[in-house]
Design a protein around this ligand. Structure first.
Ligand SMILES: NC(=O)c1ccc[n+]([C@@H]2O[C@H](COP(=O)([O-])OP(=O)(O)OC[C@H]3O[C@@H](n4cnc5c(N)ncnc54)[C@H](O)[C@@H]3O)[C@@H](O)[C@H]2O)c1
Length: 358
């Protein structure tokens, strides 16, 4: 407890556990399933019935490693009754799988919700017409450091939030994701989308966005650097400065958020990105209302895999009626996709030109 009465250990850092569990059926046997989905589900004791991937050799190898069934067909996978269908598939494949799920199913869809806003709208329409209870896997919202941040804000330790800065200067190993090397939309659509989604959860929808996203002369990945300003009117400032090409040693690299309120502030380091996929520890410090110094919040877990535990816990609890809100439902996630789309449009449009000299 600090002199201002701030107790960092009292901040909520995990999602409540579900008391009833449904079996999980995963689509896709790619890297994110082995790196995060299955480790999280094992850690939390969530039962995995099996997985399906049209690449049967890949499916079989991952299924054997985790002791689950490799389904031979999409029909076998969708026949598991009362399952949570966990889509870890490329964004362009989500729609066809959702169409094959039984009406009224529960689904968790990996981000992004389609490659473009048009695909997000198609996914939304499929979910509506088939009455799917579907959420998008914006798991950063459930990272222990982010749950603690949101709890601190809700408890008033920052006052009114008026400033959000994301600053990334790091070297991201894009070669780990082969499908990204040729994708037309990379940085905002695949990476910064997590930050834009989190900003939406903290500050609501902006009125618009100014953005510039670009590649780098040293490689051919479509975009790896982004500057963006989200317009929240005249009280709240929000900016993202993102450079995945800062390959000059660890010393001056950064992956940080600074969130300031009228009476307090928060600083976060997202350690995972600084040495992906090994990662460094995350950091959350708060300068609370009425306090005179920064207080470190001891974190109860890391972004990976703990955020994936919370993400699935909310889906499970919503399915059984224990949670009334499905966080990042497709209805909500569509707006993050709209923000991404607006950022690409802004980037493609010319900026305000300077006046000609008379
Ligand atoms: N939320 C996060 O933090 C996060 C992190 C990484 C990746 N992702 C997302 O997860 C998804 C998968 O990423 P990845 O890195 O594992 O990709 P990956 O390329 O390693 O794996 C994708 C797998 O999906 C399979 N697949 C394709 N069509 C399928 C279908 N119809 N049914 C079942 N499986 C099918 C492919 O055969 C492949 O094995 C992508 O949408 C990506 O954007 C999210």
């Amino acid at each position: 407890m600090t002199e201002a009465g701030f107790d960092p250990a009292s901040l909520v850092q995990s999602w409540p556990k579900p008391s009833k569990l449904r079996p999980i059926v995963t689509f896709g046997a790619g890297s994110i399933v082995g790196d995060a989905h299955f480790p999280a589900y094992r850690k939390a004791g969530f039962p995995v019935a099996g997985l399906y991937d049209p690449d049967q050799a890949k499916a079989q190898a991952l299924a054997e490693k985790w002791g689950v069934t490799a389904f031979r067909s999409i029909e076998d996978a969708t026949a598991v009754s009362g399952a949570i269908f966990d889509l870890a598939t490329p964004p362009g494949r989500h729609a066809e799988i959702l169409k094959a799920l039984p009406e009224g199913s529960v689904a968790l869809i990996q981000k992004p919700m389609g490659n473009y806003l048009g695909e997000a709208s198609e996914i939304l329409e499929i979910c509506r017409s088939r009455q799917l209870k579907a959420a998008v896997n914006f798991q950063l919202r459930f990272a222990p450091m982010m749950l603690a941040l949101k709890d601190a804000i809700a408890k008033g330790w920052l006052g009114e939030v008026v400033d959000f800065d994301a600053w990334l200067a790091l070297a991201t190993p894009w070669q780990l994701w082969e499908f990204l090397l040729k994708a037309p939309r990379v940085e905002i659509a695949m990476h910064s989308i997590h930050y834009l989604d989190l900003v939406r959860q903290l500050l609501g929808d902006p009125k618009g966005v100014h953005a510039k996203t670009l590649g780098h002369p040293n490689h051919t990945v479509a975009q790896t650097r982004t500057s963006a300003i989200l317009d929240y009117g005249d009280t709240v400032r929000c900016a993202l400065s993102i450079n995945h090409d800062h390959k000059f040693g660890r010393r001056h690299q950064a992956c940080e958020f600074r969130i300031c309120g009228t009476e307090g502030a928060a600083y976060l380091k997202l350690g995972l990105n600084l040495d992906y996929p090994r990662g460094e520890p995350d950091i959350l410090e708060i300068h609370p209302k009425g306090g005179s110094d920064w207080i470190a919040v001891p974190l109860a877990g890391e972004w990976f895999p703990d955020a994936f535990v919370g993400r699935m816990a909310n889906v499970q609890r919503f399915a059984s009626g224990e949670d009334t809100e499905l966080i990042s439902s497709v209805e909500d996630a569509w707006h993050t996709m709209a923000l991404v789309e607006a950022a690409y449009k802004s980037s493609a449009a010319p900026a305000m030109p300077l006046a000609e000299k008379p």
